[in-house]
Design a binder for this molecule. Structure first.
Ligand code: PEP
Length: 251
């Protein structure tokens, strides 16, 4: 399966900085793995300018960090799937732990968003993962499986095979503390097994399951070398073009 290297810039960088980082990434094409799918998810406010800047660029795909579940209407401050689609967006992060935690996004909302994004032919990147407390309590596997079941198991097999799952242990996000390759692989394999039971072998082998949580050039090789880790959702390290490129090349 193709490897997915997805940069989540979060709410960082002013316009000049964001534009310059995009240009650095674009210039570094030869440093990226040509076989990987490279996706950049800038703050939403820059999406239309990035769409223009990437007009002649075929290898950097545009992603959004969030979306609303309706296509238009009185939803002040929100951005719709059709609007993103019209700006050349092909990937949308849904259910990032920061959105669940700070903006109270629940499973019902996440399912509506996943469906709305799929309807526009874009790829949802559905995030799941446990807090440190849950990890320590030893029910973390059930916790993560339930996050997936409550949302993704409401989809048809046809819809499911168009989704990317990002496993992001919250204790590893932005902390510098990465899950070990074995810890990540254990959950990824379990997710794939549950997908197989629910949707069949074909879907389970087609759905990319990527890892997120302090992925950097020096730990990416081991993580991306695992059988069930199909790429990375990268926060901090994606703000540096050289590190972002290096992560794509390591495995
Ligand atoms: C993320 O925000 O999805 C993430 C994985 O961040 P970081 O790489 O900084 O831990």
């Amino acid at each position: 399966m193709k490897k997915y290297i997805i940069g989540n810039w979060k709410m960082n960088l002013d316009y000049a900085e964001a534009k310059s980082l995009l240009q650095e990434v674009a210039k570094a094409q030869d440093s990226f793995d040509k076989t990987a799918e490279i996706v950049v998810c800038p703050p939403l406010v820059y999406i239309s300018v990035f769409h223009e800047l990437l007009k002649n660029n075929e290898w950097i795909k545009l992603g959004a960090q969030n979306v609303y579940c309706e296509n238009n209407g009185a939803f002040t401050g929100e951005v719709s799937p059709t609007q993103l689609k019209s700006m050349g967006v092909s990937y949308v992060i849904i259910g990032h732990s920061e959105r669940r935690q700070y903006f109270g996004e629940d499973n019902k909302m996440l399912l509506a968003k996943v469906k709305a994004v799929l309807k526009q032919g874009m790829t949802p990147i559905f995030c799941c993962g446990e807090h440190l407390q849950v990890r320590k309590s030893n029910v973390f596997k059930e916790f993560v499986m339930k996050q997936i079941e409550d949302v993704l198991f409401e989809l048809s097999a046809d819809e499911m095979q168009k989704v990317i799952i990002a496993y992001e242990p919250i204790w590893a996000i932005g902390t510098g503390q990465t899950a070990t390759a074995a810890q990540a692989q254990e959950i990824h394999a379990l997710i794939r097994l549950r997908l197989e039971k629910q949707f069949g072998a074909k879907v389970s082998t087609q759905v990319p399951i990527i890892y997120g949580g302090s992925m950097k050039p020096d730990n990416a090789g081991e993580l991306l070398g695992q059988k069930d880790i199909d790429g990375g959702l990268i926060g901090g390290a994606s703000l540096d073009a050289e590190s972002f490129a290096a992560i794509s090349k390591v495995s």
